[in-house]
Design a protein around this ligand. Structure first.
Ligand SMILES: Cc1ncc(C[n+]2csc(CCOP(=O)(O)OP(=O)(O)O)c2C)c(N)n1
Length: 532
């Protein structure tokens, strides 16, 4: 007889979901018993790490990924990371063990009283199957749902005594081998109308968002931008968890600022704003102003109906942005307009001791390999890193679009596991690193060769910047004296160095990227916000 567990493993196998992340407890052990050789379990020492690693792995592999947590407290600990996965549109199958069915009503220890409600606002679907026999179907349903646009996490709670129950012999064969796919092509009329609108525009501009981060997405965006001579902006860093356009392309202008007024001002002179694969817009902070230049109109293409509906202005087309841009290329004729001016190369950073974050970013750019991937969570240095690394391949950049710290360090490990051939550098503030610091143990224990570049400025610099923006004085808790991340890394088994000068940083980063083991380079940087 095949058990619920046997059938579940087969369903996961046939979907290629054989890498599982988690942190186990007694309620999960029946699922993990006699763990099959063709599966890989990656242990995170805290749930924010397990979910964050799964997030990075799912994004970088393109596959829905399972992460298994320990009943209510495990889900509770992981919620910040589930929030991030939702913002990143990451297809995660989040599962948690539950007390045995016969003990749930008496609320025995570890019963999750309302398992379905707990992660509810953060997931596309939250479920506890009514019968043990429904577990495989519920997991398959969750995995399909997670992978359909807009992608995102789902949650299934599984009572611990379900795994050994005999699977339903009638229903099971029908559940195996199903494919469920979806990428919406816009209606031909919509494409024609949008093509005509673009042709009528005198100065159109393209804003590229994370949903375009694939070779077909980049190819379509580049072809359309070149054909219409459009300058291209990246959607603001706050929501641009991935890259929608090559940053070394002459049409690329940089990142839009995230606040309403400055964003609108940056688009001055354009009469049509075409947004592809982004919300309109991931605004922050609240600096009011006209959201669009006078007389300009906007069209957004997104596969997310909610993103389309909640946009504060403009029209929206709900369809796959890459397919839509590719269809538009065939619809418009080559523009005779002048090519947009190229953005200037950043100025060499000024010398100082400690070095500025811009100098650290410039040093990283000097050694950054052509096929490198950067995972970024260094809030006050975000713009410096984005403006100095001109990434030229899809799938080269990951950033927690939700803004919940703890994504970066954990996700970098998942990205590296999914992309073992490409060097991964995690640029992280010493404050941000603490939210997922236990991930260093996983990197060491599983030999995941991420280079962690820790920017140590001894404060929560971005919060000091926000304080001045919000006219807040005297706020406590914004300094981080004597936080020695290199020493902590050594405790987790990761080789670590502290450096001070650009030459030392250059050498240390070069070595770290070249080694096949995880390593951490901590560099002292000047406090304060870096803008480029
Ligand atoms: C889970 C979570 N808690 C708190 C915050 C608020 N927060 C945003 S940035 C930041 C400071 C990050 O410090 P660090 O990584 O050292 O970067 P710096 O600002 O110095 O560049 C904090 C605490 C958050 N975004 N997420």
């Amino acid at each position: 007889m095949a058990s619920v567990r046997d059938v579940t493993l087969d369903l996961l196998r046939e979907r290629g979901m054989t890498t599982m992340f988690g942190n186990p407890g007694s309620t999960e052990l029946p699922m993990l018993a006699d763990f099959p050789d063709d599966f890989r379990y990656v242990l995170g020492l805290h749930e924010i790490v397990a979910v964050g690693m799964a997030d990075g792995f799912a994004q970088a592999s393109g596959r829905t990924t399972m992460v298994n947590l320990h009943t209510a407290p495990g889900v509770g600990n992981g919620m910040g990371a589930i929030f991030n996965a939702q913002a990143n549109k990451t297809p995660l199958l989040v599962t948690a063990g539950q007390q045995a069915r016969s003990l749930m009503t008496v609320q025995a220890n570890l019963t999750n009283r309302d398992a379905v409600r707990m992660p509810h606002p953060l997931v596309k679907w939250s479920y506890e199957p009514p019968r043990a026999e429904d577990v495989p179907h519920a997991l398959a349903r969750g995995a399909h749902l997670a992978s359909l646009p807009p992608r995102g996490p789902v949650f299934v709670s599984i009572p611990m005594d379900d795994w050994g129950v005999e699977a339903d012999p009638v229903a099971t064969p029908h559940q195996m081998g199903r494919t469920v796919s979806g990428a919406a092509q816009p209606a031909p009329d919509s494409i024609r109308e949008l093509g005509e609108r673009l042709a009528r525009a005198e100065r159109p501009v393209l804003v590229a968002g994370p949903e375009l981060d694939s070779q077909p997405g980049w190819d379509a965006a580049v072809a359309l931008a070149e054909r219409l001579r459009m300058p291209v902006w990246a959607t603001p860093a706050t929501g641009g968890g991935r890259l929608g356009f090559p940053e070394n392309h002459p049409a690329f202008q940089g990142l839009l600022p995230p606040a309403v007024g400055p964003l609108g001002e940056t688009l001055a002179g354009h009469d049509l704003v075409l947004v592809a694969g982004s919300s309109v817009f991931p605004y922050y902070p609240n600096i009011p102003g006209p959201p669009l230049p006078d007389g300009a109109s906007l069209v957004a293409i997104t596969s997310d109906p909610d993103e389309a509906a909640r946009a504060p202005m403009g029209d929206a087309l709900v369809a796959d942005p890459a397919l839509t841009l590719a269809a538009l290329v065939g619809e418009v004729t080559e523009s005779g307009a002048e090519r947009p001016p190229e953005r200037p190369a950043p100025e060499p950073p000024e010398k100082s001791d400690p070095m500025s974050p811009s100098a650290a970013a410039a040093t990283l750019a000097d050694v950054f390999p052509e096929d490198g991937i950067v995972v970024l969570e260094a809030p006050s240095s975000t713009l410096a890193v984005r403006n100095r690394l001109r990434l030229s391949r899809p799938g080269s950049y990951y950033f927690g679009a939700g803004g919940g710290l703890g994504f970066g360090l954990a996700a970098a490990i998942g990205v590296q596991l999914a992309q073992p051939e490409r060097p991964v550098v995690c640029v992280v503030g010493e404050g941000s690193a603490q939210y997922a610091i236990q991930g260093l143990w996983t990197a060491a224990a599983y030999d995941v060769p991420v280079t962690f570049l820790v920017l140590r400025n001894e404060e929560y610099a971005i919060l000091k910047w926000f304080a001045s923006l919000e006219s807040v004085t005297g706020a406590p808790g914004l300094d981080l004296p004597a936080l020695d991340v290199a020493a902590v890394a050594a405790g987790y088994g990761v080789a670590a160095r502290s450096v001070r000068t650009r030459d030392e940083l250059h050498a240390a980063l070069g070595d770290a990227i070249a080694t096949e083991a995880p390593s951490l380079v901590e560099v002292r940087v000047a406090p304060g916000m870096a803008v480029g």
